[in-house]
Design a protein around this ligand. Structure first.
Ligand SMILES: C[S@@+](CC[C@H](N)C(=O)[O-])C[C@H]1O[C@@H](n2cnc3c(N)ncnc32)[C@H](O)[C@@H]1O
Length: 220
């Protein structure tokens, strides 16, 4: 039952979120987009179709199963440019630096520990071009803590964070011009946090020396 509900939500997410994402990211057809924790790539595919982008999109997800199912779905979808999905971890993205105009994190952050969240925001900054944008959204902690615990248990997730906590993490990772925006999730409409930010110039992280960078496997 839980997995049927999960699948339904995944397949609806493209329809529900693509419009919000295009608006929040101020997306143009010239933007190259990466979604981290893309699931089956439903948002990317819907966005690609909506704005007829002339750039290939990339989705990265930890789950082999999600990526395989997503590739099958995408192969039958009508899109102008490829939407590629690859298996990889958000904390060590298997792509070169400064490649993307926009990074999207949709309902992934709750699966990350605080330390992983910092790494993912830093990795996102590394793969963004100077001035690139990040767009993220996630469930908020709700007023009744037992509901938050229920969400975490159902999703097998780590933690829900407030807008203040996410803003602080984003600023620490080097993002500026942080703006909140409204997002409606039909399955939990009252409790969302949604933010965009911009990378101020090129990202230089002293923790990521050239020797510690992950070599590009596909995109260069
Ligand atoms: C709730 S789904 C969201 C899928 C998609 N972003 C959407 O909104 O429709 C969360 C996805 O994040 C992926 N994920 C969780 N932790 C991850 C990590 N550390 N690195 C990459 N993907 C991760 C999961 O495999 C899952 O497909």
């Amino acid at each position: 039952m839980a997995s049927i509900l999960g699948r339904l939500i995944f397949s609806l997410s493209g329809v529900v979120y693509s419009h919000t994402f295009v608006r929040a990211a101020r997306l143009s057809s010239a933007d190259r987009v990466l979604e981290i924790g893309c699931g089956m790539g439903t948002i990317l595919t819907a966005v690609q179709r909506k704005i007829c982008s002339n750039k290939p999109y990339l989705g990265i997800d930890l789950s082999h199963q999600m990526v395989l199912q997503g590739r099958t779905k995408i192969s039958t979808a009508f899109v102008m440019k490829p939407v590629e999905l690859m298996v990889g971890s958000a904390v060590t993205l298997p792509v070169n630096s400064s490649l993307f105009d926009v990074v999207l994190l949709s309902h992934v952050i709750k699966y990350l520990t605080d330390e992983q969240l910092c790494l993912v925001l830093e990795e996102s900054a590394r793969v963004l071009k100077p001035g690139g944008r990040i767009v993220l959204w996630e469930f908020n902690p709700v007023l009744a803590p037992f509901v938050t615990r229920l969400i975490l248990k159902y999703c097998r997730a780590q933690r829900l964070r407030s807008g203040g906590e996410l803003r602080h993490a984003m600023e620490t990772a080097g993002y500026c011009d942080l703006r909140g925006f409204r997002i409606i999730t039909p399955w939990l409409p009252w409790s969302n946090v949604a933010l965009t930010g911009r990378l101020n110039g090129s990202y230089l992280n002293p923790r990521l020396t050239s020797s510690s960078r992950v070599p590009a496997k596909r995109l260069g």
